[in-house]
Every structure is written in structure tokens, then in C-alpha cells.
Design a binder for this molecule. Structure first.
Ligand code: PMP
Length: 371
């Protein structure tokens, strides 16, 4: 028994381990879907200016409603999705994980349930656990898509309070068509009778997709929420800035659970600086998409199966013992992710040199295995 278990902690946390990929010091780290490009120097300078400005009033609490930041985020979404959004339809927090937590604190909780389609982003289930929300695991097809009809049946059967859709999905990379989201949304509204269930589309990797964002679907759908992050496309995982877009009533509702002044003045200043450079950063995204597609092509040429990817990572396999392959790649100095999907591993798109190192390692390891 660990010391934690001797404490009077909640029963559902007993014997559990914290979420987190190994943070190992290896030459090529392609395991946490980060953007491999450091921020451009001009943006680093702009952050320094904006943070210095914020520092002059750090004796005061920050703008509790982060109005300036939400205005710029709404502008970014309006420009990139073609759907006009008001700042009142956008909410921001410390990473999209915190946004998801606030959503479950507001719409989940004891006596309520959330449904996801596995394999998917495992934090959805963990945040459900942390907020006392029951978890229902729905199925995916062998190609890791959501079979709309089967999913509607699961929603009808379980009548969850919150439905998580992840598009593009982590760890598989698969994206959902607008028609599927609409069918699942409609089912979720039936499931809870009058009030309907909240449908959360986690779009952490939206900017990397081949498809246009489905975010405009929020129009006229008060229970549909899209979550986004600056951790991936904006190359700012260290910033911790996530946000959501939804009907303004959802934004008003999450304010019932948010901690006062949850978003520091330093965070708000840094995020505002990064948003000034959105076009430059989206240019890097285009390069990463091309690299992602190259990885898919080259892995396929090596005889390795890949799952079609709309994200900045690629799920690859199938291996008889994926974890053993993970270890062998590590021996070659390349860290990828074993998400526990049988036979599969996940690699993040890195720089061209990192991707080449990864492909060389796969070449060597598949040769070792086949010898
Ligand atoms: N959603 C998905 C699907 C993710 O993969 C991640 C990060 N790995 C997150 C949300 C959380 O990202 P962050 O808290 O950095 O915004």
C-alpha cells in the first residue's frame, strides 16, 4: 500500500496513478503532440513587452473575465472558420484541460454521466473521475471511426449528460464528418428529454485537419461546445491556454464554477502576443501538415500500417508487441507514445530532421524484428 492510500482520500482515487507521458531526456521526443518549432524571435520579443506591461500592475488581480483575450480569440475563430463569433461566445482557461474540467463541473458531477468513444483522449475519462462524473465508454470501428448508427444507439441506451467527441481524435488522428456530429447531437438532445445533453467536440488539433472546422455548427445548437487550445497549432504548450466556443449561455454557465481570477495577467498578456502572430504560426502548421503527410507516405512504404490522420501525429502499427517496439525505438533515441491501443503506437510530427530520425529508427527496428 502506498502512503497515499493511507490518507483519507476519495475511494475512487485509491490505487490510481497520475496521468502523464514519461518526460525522458532523449534526442528525439515525439510523444506529446507538441509543436516542434520554438516561437519566432519577434514573438518572443513581443511577449517580453506585453508581459513587462502586465508586470506593472501585478499588484492588482487580472481582468477576471479576460475580455481582451476573449475578443481576440473570437476574432481568430471568426477569421479561420468563417463563422462570426462574439467574445461572449468564447471562454478561456489554463489549457483546454481546465476548460474541459469546468464543463464537467458545470454539466457533469455526482449522479451524472459522460460518454466518450474509445480509444480517445484519456483525460476525458480522468476529468470525469476527478469531478465525480460517471464514465461510459462507447465503441469505435476497427478503423477507429465512430459508427454513427452504433453511437446513436449507445446514446439512446445510456442517456448520458455529456457526450465527448474528439475531432481530430487523439490518439488515432481520425476526424468526424459534420453529418455525424449532427446525428449524435440530435440523439443527445433526445436522450435527456426536455433539456438535452451537452455535446463537447474537442478540437485541440483542428488546425491540422484536412477538413474545414465544424465549429459553425454551434449556430442554433445551444448544447454544442467546441474546445480548442494554443498548445498545438500556436506552438505554446508551455503557456497553458485553452478556450471554448459555444452559445453564450454555456459561457455564462461555466462562470458558476470557474475560480475567480483563474487566468493570470501574465497568461493573458502572453496569449494576446501569440494571437498577434497567428498568421506566422499558422504558416508553421502548413509545414507540419506536409511533414505529417510525408510520414504517412513513408511509413506505408516501409510496410507499416497507419491510421488516416487529420492531426499533428500519426497512429502506426500493427505490431505483435507494440510496447516492445516502443522500447526498441527508445533504444534508437526516439521517444514515441504507447497509448495502450493494442498493436499501435503514436508519433508526433516533429521537424524534418526529427521525422527522418524516427523513420530511420522504424526502419532499423522493423528489420530487427523480422530477422
Ligand atoms: N484535448 C486533446 C484531444 C488533447 O490531445 C490535449 C493535449 N494532449 C488536450 C485536449 C489538452 O491540451 P491543453 O490542456 O494543453 O490545452
Amino acid at each position: 500500500m502506498t502512503r497515499i492510500d493511507e490518507l483519507p482520500i476519495r475511494d475512487e482515487l485509491r490505487g490510481k496513478t497520475p496521468y502523464g507521458a514519461p518526460q525522458l531526456e532523449v534526442p528525439v521526443r515525439l510523444n506529446t503532440n507538441e509543436n516542434p518549432h520554438p516561437l519566432p524571435e519577434a514573438l518572443v520579443q513581443r511577449i517580453a513587452e506585453r508581459v513587462a506591461e502586465a508586470a506593472r500592475t501585478l499588484n492588482r488581480y487580472p481582468d477576471r473575465d479576460a475580455v481582451g483575450l476573449r475578443t481576440q480569440l473570437a476574432g481568430y475563430l471568426t477569421r479561420t472558420t468563417g463563422h462570426a463569433l462574439e467574445p461572449t461566445q468564447v471562454w478561456a482557461a489554463n489549457g483546454s484541460n481546465e476548460v474541459l474540467q469546468q464543463l464537467l463541473q458545470t454539466f457533469g458531477g455526482p449522479g451524472r454521466t459522460a460518454l466518450g468513444f474509445d480509444p480517445s483522449y484519456s483525460m476525458h475519462a480522468l476529468i470525469a473521475r476527478g469531478t465525480g462524473t460517471g464514465w461510459i465508454s462507447g465503441p469505435r470501428t476497427p478503423e477507429f471511426d465512430i459508427d454513427t448508427e452504433a453511437a446513436v444507439t449507445v446514446i439512446d441506451e445510456h442517456r448520458p449528460d455529456v457526450v465527448f467527441l474528439c475531432s481530430p481524435n487523439n490518439p488515432t488522428g481520425t476526424a468526424l464528418a459534420a453529418e455525424s456530429i449532427l446525428a449524435l447531437y440530435d440523439a443527445a438532445q433526445r436522450a435527456k428529454g426536455g433539456r438535452g445533453a451537452l455535446v463537447v467536440v474537442d478540437e485541440a488539433y483542428a488546425e491540422f485537419s484536412h477538413r474545414p472546422s465544424t465549429l459553425p455548427l454551434i449556430e442554433g445548437r445551444p448544447n454544442l461546445v467546441f474546445t480548442r487550445t494554443m498548445s498545438k497549432a500556436f506552438g505554446a504548450a508551455g503557456l497553458r491556454l485553452g478556450y471554448l466556443a459555444a452559445d453564450r449561455a454555456v459561457v455564462d454557465a461555466v462562470q458558476l464554477v470557474r475560480l475567480p481570477y483563474h487566468l493570470s495577467a501574465v497568461t493573458q498578456a502572453t496569449a494576446l502576443a501569440a494571437l498577434e502572430f497567428a498568421d506566422t504560426l499558422l504558416g508553421y502548421v502548413e509545414e507540419l501538415k506536409a511533414e505529417r503527410d510525408r510520414m504517412v507516405t513513408e511509413l506505408t512504404a516501409l510496410g507499416v500500417e497507419v491510421t488516416a490522420s487529420d492531426a499533428n501525429f500519426v497512429q502506426f502499427g500493427r505490431f505483435a508487441d507494440a510496447h516492445a517496439v516502443w522500447g526498441r525505438l527508445l533504444d534508437h533515441g526516439v521517444l514515441v507514445r504507447d497509448n495502450g491501443v493494442p498493436g499501435r503506437l503514436r508519433v508526433t510530427t516533429g521537424t524534418r530532421a526529427e521525422n527522418d530520425a524516427f523513420l530511420d529508427a522504424v526502419r532499423a527496428v522493423t528489420k530487427e524484428i523480422n530477422e
